[in-house]
Design a protein. Structure first.
Ligand code: SF4
Length: 383
């Protein structure tokens, strides 16, 4: 396929692999912070091929995986209200909220509208949930259903933020009174700062996601590199992109030369996409946000600015439920996303937790590390 085959050339890949293996004098720990990269690294066998010289760790780069269970609970609560339709991307449907035991053990008891499970479970109880392919589809849904309240579940990193910001601007222009956003957007740099700030952090370098950098520019990582001493290499998603990024990381690590390097220059510049950044800044401001598996991260998310307060679902429908329980996840997504364990080291992997019956978000999403391991890791790691 034109424009793709040249980034999957097996001979070039072999040369890059040989080069990495020759350069590496020890086994370096390199984290990707992008679910798309995680899947490519597993799908094309890069992780296992380089196992002797590079340990690839799959960080918190899956937007579905990091969305807090409280957000799922609130979306379910809204979906079960009369006249409210939750509009969302399909892979949010099966992400677990709280479990049945957590809901039943809540003290004081939760409201009757809280049901265990996912948005799909809420749908079986009559919740109104519509799958859309873009935030603008949700705006269209609102124009076509003036008697319904349409709430778009706005999740994801900087890659999806410009589109939801444009939807907010369009809804404002159309003066829609029945469109709102349940905002759960997250920002990638703060979670990387959390990871390197952990005194037990053993990472040596990051692969940064090309699509995030296409929006934000790669200059955003300069301070992180100078503070942490860890190189950040911007890469794409095809095998040669990833191998070139890993080779660059190993080269920098072997020469003790931490810096930001852009190995995805066909899409990324130092400053990023100014138009997208302006749209984002018009609609959103940076706030603290709770991440699944990480807790609250300072500056880790976005919220609507005051100008768009009427479009804020939490303001329109009331503050998020007082959920008076400590979330006791059986899922070890936090350990997986922080690189403390590999997916197959979770005791539920492939047993109680499979893509058909996921216990946690990383097994649900197409970008989740557990799902990638289940699909592509060698059999030895799946048993
Ligand atoms: S295997 Fe399942 S339970 Fe374990 S961390 Fe992954 S998603 Fe969670």
């Amino acid at each position: 396929m034109k424009y793709l085959d040249e980034f999957r050339d097996p001979q070039l890949a072999r040369r890059l692999i040989d080069d990495i293996q020759e350069r590496a004098t020890r086994r370096w720990k390199i984290m990707d912070v992008c679910g798309g990269q995680t899947h490519s690294l597993l799908k094309y066998g890069i992780e296992s091929t380089l196992e002797n010289c590079v340990e690839l760790i799959h960080g918190p780069g899956c937007p579905v995986c990091v969305t807090a269970p409280e957000t799922i609970e609130y979306a379910k609560h809204l979906a079960l209200l009369p006249n409210v339709i939750i509009a969302t991307f399909g892979d949010m449907l099966r992400v677990p909220g709280f479990s049945a035991s957590e809901v039943s053990q809540a003290n004081p008891p939760l409201t009757s509208s809280v049901c265990p499970g996912s948005l799909a479970d809420a749908r079986t109880r009559g919740g109104q949930i519509q799958i859309v392919y873009s935030p603008l589809d949700a705006v269209e849904l609102a124009t076509q259903n003036p008697k319904k309240q349409i709430v778009f579940l706005a999740v994801g990193f900087e890659t999806t933020v410009p589109a939801t910001a444009l939807a907010a601007l369009q809804a404002e222009q159309l003066r829609l009174r029945n469109f709102s956003l349940l905002v759960a957007h997250v920002c990638v740099l703060p979670v990387m700062q959390v990871l390197v700030g952990d005194p037990n952090c053993e990472l040596n370098a990051f692969l940064a996601a090309g699509h995030v950098c296409a929006v934000s520019g790669h200059d955003i990582y300069r301070a992180l590199v100078s503070e942490s001493g860890l190189p950040v290499i911007v890469t794409g998603f095809e095998p040669l992109d990833l191998l070139a990024g890993i080779r660059c990381a190993v080269e920098l690590l072997e020469s003790n030369n931490p810096q930001v390097v852009n190995c995805y220059s066909r899409s990324v510049s130092s400053q990023g996409n100014r138009f997208a950044q302006d749209v984002m800044a018009t609609v959103y401001k940076q706030v603290d946000r709770k991440w699944r598996g990480f807790g609250t991260i300072r500056g880790g998310g976005l919220a609507l600015r005051e100008r768009f307060a009427e479009m804020d679902a939490e303001k329109r429908f009331g503050t998020i439920l007082q959920i008076p329980i400590v979330h006791q996840e059986t899922c070890r997504s936090g350990d997986v996303m922080a690189g403390r364990i590999k997916p197959h080291e979770c005791e539920h992997f492939g047993r109680g937790c499979t893509p058909d019956q996921p216990l946690g978000a990383p097994m649900v999403s197409n970008e989740g590390a557990c799902s990638a391991y289940y699909r592509y890791a060698p059999q030895t790691k799946r048993n």
